[in-house]
Design a protein around this ligand. Structure first.
Ligand code: GH3
Ligand code: MG
Ligand code: MG
Ligand code: MG
Ligand code: MG
Length: 308
């Protein structure tokens, strides 16, 4: 594959080797009732180092997908007993859990409308059997790379690059939905470092960034299971699907930890002010507004404290 054609550049070879190396970690499920076809597809995929598992029909495929989160791609035949490939794709795409699964449909029978049917149901691609094996390989890799890119873009859009916490955009999108669902048993806190500008002015921005990273780590460890995000500069937001009574002790421990710890190599001491919202809200926006007013009050009262 690499050496036969001298037109391939060195960079291309590097890319192919890199892809083959990555493929070892890509688990592909082949759903196909014909054992000959199944073996043929398995061999093709294994030539490219994919980790292949098999299912003899749609039902077995579904069971394997449900019990194994690490399956990245499904290659499915159309005509199979119990559940056919088309129904399998429809069922999978109705479940949010399988949105990122790469699906390629295959069939020997049917007219061209079968390909449209598969893709409309949510398959990424479709191939008619018998297929030319290089085309099969190209489609497998292209669909996989498109999916990988999509996941990277989604991550870049939702994660704050400095602290690796979720960002503000995520909070107002997926976070808003989660938060709204848990009202009235929800609460929210806005956290803001005290006199952070002085840290930058004294130690410089690089150290300021290190401090933010370290505080981000503290945020991550103190609020497991809750949506903790970097709201902006030195402000963090905790959107909790639990009552203010449950959230308060965690906030108190966090405040104390920040107060006591020495951060970065410069052993910097900082404090934090927190505004909490536990009632009188019917939306995320309203909860943020209330928590923000309370944060302002915590600053006014001398910082290093929580106001509810
Ligand atoms: P207060 O106690 O009133 O909150 O005072 P403060 O100095 O923390 O608040 P202010 O809002 O005046 O300043 C926030 C500072 O945070 C200003 C800005 O330079 C700094 N900052 C915001 N984002 C970053 C960042 O990503 N890295 C660094 N190093 N500094 C940041
Ligand atoms: Mg079949
Ligand atoms: Mg501040
Ligand atoms: Mg300020
Ligand atoms: Mg601030």
């Amino acid at each position: 594959y690499i050496t036969k054609d001298s037109r391939y550049s060195f960079n291309h070879v590097i890319k192919v080797v890199e892809r083959l190396r990555k493929n070892q970690n890509v688990k592909v499920l082949v759903a196909e009732d014909s054992s000959t076809s199944r073996l043929f597809i398995k061999i093709l995929l294994e030539q490219y180092r994919f980790n292949v598992i098999e299912a003899e029909d749609g039902q077995e495929a579904l069971a394997k997908l449900e019990s194994d989160d690490s399956i990245r791609m499904l290659i499915t035949d159309y005509n199979m007993p119990h559940i056919n490939g088309y129904d399998l794709v429809r069922m999978l795409r109705h479940n949010a859990r399988f949105q990122d699964l790469v699906i390629i449909g295959l069939s020997a029978e049917g007219d061209n409308s079968l390909s449209a049917k598969f893709i409309k149901a949510g398959a990424n691609d479709f191939l008619k059997k018998p297929f030319y094996h290089e085309e099969f390989h190209c489609r497998v890799v292209h669909n996989l790379e498109a999916q990988e890119m999509l996941e990277t873009i989604r991550e870049l859009a939702n994660i704050d690059p400095l602290t690796k916490l979720k960002n503000r955009r995520y909070l107002f999108d997926d976070g808003e939905r989660m938060f709204r669902k848990s009202i009235p048993n929800a609460s929210l806190a806005m956290l803001d470092l005290d006199h952070f500008k002085q840290v930058n002015d004294t130690y410089g921005h690089v150290v300021g960034d290190d401090l933010l990273k370290a505080v981000g780590q503290e945020v991550m460890t103190h609020f497991p299971g809750l949506l903790a995000c970097r709201f902006g500069g030195e402000e963090f937001c905790i959107a909790a699907n639990e009552s203010v009574a449950e959230l308060m002790p965690k906030l108190e421990r966090f405040l104390q930890e920040i107060r006591e710890k020495e951060f970065t190599e410069a052993k910097i001491k900082v404090t934090c002010s927190i505004g909490v919202c536990g009632k009188d809200f019917d939306s995320l926006e309203k909860a943020i507004k209330i928590a923000d007013d309370n944060l302002y009050e915590a600053k006014r009262l001398g910082r290093n404290q929580i106001v509810t």
